[in-house]
Ligand binder design. Structure first.
Ligand code: NAG
Ligand code: NAG
Ligand code: NAG
Ligand code: NAG
Ligand code: NAG
Length: 172
């Protein structure tokens, strides 16, 4: 009796944990060739921090890899399948909530300061960024201005496979 109600409580807690990932505090996104988690993001294999990238003052921001020595990196939240982050608007004016746009095969993961109600992103096991539940398919590709950017299933010869982890503290 006691153990079955304990099990029920445990199951309910697990269900709530997965049903409401929005209760997660803001996290940072890193790229790594490692699938499994670590408590210290600096220890992830071939880890890289990421930041937002606005090549030509276009409305949509991309995500690029950022080496050691960055001043600060953006944090993210994920609700209803959408990643959210805060960034300044075009030409540096104002602060806006940027939302991830629909993930398209062969294109950059992009963010727009525009309303979006639901999307296809999730954090598998609470840390591994997935598209429609699939965690394998992210790539690091040489994009505009020779920056290494994140694409979903990039097919360019420059693209390398990567995982994207949500981590509590940025690496290096
Ligand atoms: C994480 O690991 C790095 C490198 O080993 C170390 O410098 C840093 O202090 C560690 N951070 C924490 C919070 O333990
Ligand atoms: C997340 O980023 C926002 C915008 O840059 C900042 O105001 C906030 O303090 C950050 N939150 C955490 C927990 O680092
Ligand atoms: C994700 O699933 C939706 C619904 O099935 C589909 O329309 C969309 O193309 C999928 N996205 C990707 C990137 O595969
Ligand atoms: C981003 O989407 C959220 C809803 O998911 C919305 O509240 C917010 O206003 C949107 N950001 C902008 C700049 O429209
Ligand atoms: C892909 O990996 C190769 C071999 O490690 C490396 O030379 C190249 O710079 C990588 N490409 C990107 C876009 O990171």
């Amino acid at each position: 009796m006691f153990s079955s109600s304990l099990l029920l409580v445990t199951l309910l807690t697990l269900t709530l944990t997965y049903a409401y990932p929005s209760s997660q505090p803001p996290f940072y996104l890193v790229t790594t060739t490692q699938k499994g988690p670590t408590t210290n993001s600096s220890h992830l294999r071939a880890v890289s921090a990421t930041s937002l990238f606005d090549p030509y003052y276009r409305p949509a921001l991309a995500i690029r890899l950022t080496g050691p020595g960055y001043g600060s990196v953006p944090n993210f939240t994920l609700t209803h399948g959408i990643l959210h982050t805060t960034a300044s608007g075009p030409h540096g004016f104002g602060l806006y909530e940027y939302n991830s746009t629909q993930v398209v095969q062969g294109q950059e993961l992009q963010f727009l300061a525009a309303e979006r109600t639901h999307g296809e992103l999730s954090l598998r096991n609470g840390y591994l960024l997935a598209v429609n539940g699939t965690t394998k398919g992210w790539t690091i590709c040489v994009g505009e201005l020779e920056q290494d950017v994140i694409e979903w299933m990039g097919t360019d010869a420059s693209c390398n496979a990567t995982y994207i982890h949500a981590v509590a503290e940025p690496p290096y």
